[in-house]
Every structure is written in C-alpha cells, then in structure tokens.
Design a binder for this molecule. Structure first.
Ligand SMILES: Cc1ncc(COP(=O)(O)O)c(C=O)c1O
Length: 381
C-alpha cells in the first residue's frame, strides 16, 4: 500500500518527456537541464587521484573540513560575505539539501510559500514532509521576478519558510538585492526562514547576482556543483544554515544520507579552484545560446514578454497555437523531433508556456530552430 505522501508526489514531466524522446529517433533535447560541458579537467584528475589514494570510506556527515572551508572562502571571494565553515553542510547534491531544509523547518500542517512558476520538484519536497504549499503568482510583465509584497500577501500564521530560486528554473529570472533583503525582513517578522536555492549562481547574463547571505545569517542557502561546474552526476552540493539549525540539519544528514561521496568531495575543492576565466567563457557560451532562442521565439510569435537573465531556460508563450501546451510539446516532438517541457510542470502560471533548455550546443539549437521554423510555418493560428 503506497503512503498518502508518496501518492501525492507528482511525476517530473521533464523526465517523462526525456523518456519518450529517447524512444524517438533523431531528437534534439531541449527538455532537460543538464549542462553539455565537461567538468574542468583538474576536477576529474583530483577525483581519480583521490579514488586511487583510497578515499572511499565515509566522511563526517557535514562533509570534509577542507571542502567546507573552501565553500566558506567562495562566499568571501564571490560576494564579500563572511561565512563560518561551521554553518556549511555538504550534501550529495542540492536536492538532498532541499529535503534536509524542509525536514528541519517544516512540521505537518506548516506552510511553505513559493513562487509560481517554480522548480517542478519544490512542492513535492514540501508535501513529503507533510507541509502545505502556498504560491505567489509571478507575472511576465515583471520579468517573472517576485515582489516581496506578493510574498507578504501569501503568508499566514502557519508559514514556516519562504522558498525562492534565483537565477530561476524555469523562467531564468534573477532576483535583485532589494527584493532579497525585503524577503529577509518579511521572514524575520513572521518567524519564518528564507530558503534560497542558488544552484544556478554563476550563470547570470545581464543581472548582478546576490546571495541572501549578504542580508542575514538566518537563511538556508542551497547550492551545488551540478550546474556551474557541469557535475550533475557527481552528486555534490552544500547548504549554508543559520547557526541555530546546524545541529538539527547535521543530525538529519547523519541519519538520512550518512555523507556525500568522499573522493567527490575532494573534487569539489578542485572545482572551487577553477580559474574564473574558464567559468566566464562558459557563461558567455550560454549567453549566445540564450540570444539565439530569444530571437527565434520572438520570430515565431511566441514571445513570453520578458528576457530571461540567468540559468539556462526560457519560456515560450504558446497560448496562440492550437491545443494546450501539452499538445504543442507533442507536436514539436512528433513532427519536428524537438523535445521541450510543457510548462504545467512548473505551476499553473506556466501552463500556457513551454520551457526550452539551452544547456545543449549552439549547432543543435540552430537545427532545432530551423526545424521549428518549418513546422510553425504550417500551423494555423
Ligand atoms: C532549481 C533547481 N534546484 C535544484 C536542482 C537539483 O540539482 P542537484 O543536481 O544539485 O540536486 C535543480 C535541477 O535541475 C534545479 O533546477
């Protein structure tokens, strides 16, 4: 008998589309958020050296001290923020960090406020710990950036956490410092904790990035190596937690995960030493791909009304095409061999959109654009 909580967890549509797309010949994959770059060579060498040196046993649940120090130093270098390594907990990816955050903060019946659109998995993390989701609708006219006042409207006496993501999946919106700071104030007044997923930091094109840690120590930050270092399958991430939550998160991590893989943690130290020029070059490549798709989507008359500023996603408004976004995604896959994700995965406000991921090379994106040029020329509106 499946538990009610498990029954309540919705499938991750992008993964369903991937499964179907993999059964179809000659498909261009614009549905998954998986970087096509290799991790820096030094990262691979360090992992191999560490593995050969026999670093295959458990580590402390909160992670190896050298990695926690390297993560703390990253905050000083990147944002000028002093983070005590004692507040850093290393996790096997940012997803386990999200589970630890929810388990540490939310009791059954408590509420978590998050944006709509949002990362597809967020509501499921809340539900799995017995929490209730409240959403803040975002508008294309605001570039899908949340307003603090909208969070205030959605909060109530049972609100325990405000969950945000910047740069955001699926919109590519980047939150500014004033909004983050206002959310910190709102949370403090309501005795709630801001939980900010910064996993796409390092991938912003026209906007300055701020960590919520510039404004408070009383926030949970989720971050990891998957996106900016292209290390998705390595399963390595981290959390920075408020001083009062360190013990609870550590106890949960000990019980639920034991630790992140030992030799992968050494590779994480090497990743954080990647020369900034290399990361800048990758970011420029993403920017070029974004610009290609932004222009194409406008040419197709599917302009979402904003320009995504970060991550590697953009939404296309398909409300003028026949059928709903699921039908249009099917049409793109079946008639053009282009896989994209229906927006419904990311909340009601995204239901009329398709999400394009540009974590794939520019030639494939150009080919997808050319196929969709041909297909859309034949579709009556
Ligand atoms: C917003 C967001 N957070 C977290 C994750 C999960 O990343 P990780 O590989 O670190 O678990 C993803 C993956 O797509 C994501 O888009």
């Amino acid at each position: 008998m499946v538990s009610e909580r498990a029954a309540d967890v919705s499938p991750f549509l992008a993964m369903d589309v991937l499964e179907r797309a993999n059964d179809t010949d000659d498909v261009i994959h614009l549905e998954v958020g998986e970087p096509d770059f290799d991790p820096p060579e030094r990262v691979v060498e360090t992992a191999v050296e560490s593995l050969r040196a026999g670093n295959t046993d458990y580590t402390a649940a909160r992670g190896k001290p050298e990695l926690r120090r390297a993560i703390a130093a990253h905050y000083d270098r990147t944002y000028g923020v002093d983070v005590d390594p004692g507040r850093v907990v290393v996790t096997p990816g940012s997803s386990p960090g999200l589970l630890l955050a929810m388990a540490a903060l939310v009791d059954p019946g408590d509420e978590v406020v998050l944006t709509d659109p949002h990362y597809a998995c967020y509501p499921n993390f809340v539900r799995v710990v017995g929490g209730t989701v409240r959403t803040v609708p975002l508008r294309p006219a605001d570039g899908f950036r949340p307003r603090a006042s909208a969070f205030a409207d959605a909060m109530g006496p049972d609100t325990r956490a405000l969950l945000c993501n910047s740069p955001a999946n699926p919109t590519g919106a980047v939150m500014d410092g004033d909004t983050l700071s206002a959310l910190v104030d709102l949370a403090a007044e309501a005795d709630a904790t801001p939980v900010v997923d910064e996993v796409y930091h390092g991938l912003s094109y026209d906007a300055e990035e701020h960590t919520v840690l510039e404004y408070t120590d009383d926030a949970v930050v989720l971050d990891g190596f998957s996106k900016r270092f292209a290390m998705t399958g390595w399963r390595l991430g981290w959390m920075v937690v408020p001083p009062g939550l360190v013990d609870a998160v550590n106890r949960l991590a000990q019980n639920l995960f034991i630790c992140a893989p030992n030799f992968v943690q050494d590779a994480g130290v090497a990743a954080l030493e990647t020369p900034p020029e290399r990361l800048d070059a990758i970011r420029e490549t993403y920017r070029e791909r974004r610009d290609l798709l932004v222009d194409a989507v406008a040419d197709w008359g599917l302009d979402p009304g904003y320009t995504p500023q970060g991550a590697y996603y953009l939404l296309a408004d398909v409300s003028d095409l026949p059928g709903d976004a699921f039908d249009v995604a099917d049409l793109f896959l079946e008639e053009a061999g282009v896989a994209v994700t229906p927006g419904a995965d990311f909340g009601d406000q995204a239901a009329a959109y398709l999400r394009f991921s540009y974590a794939t090379d520019a030639d494939a994106i150009r080919e997808a654009i050319s196929r969709l040029d041909d297909l859309l020329a034949t579709v009556e509106r």
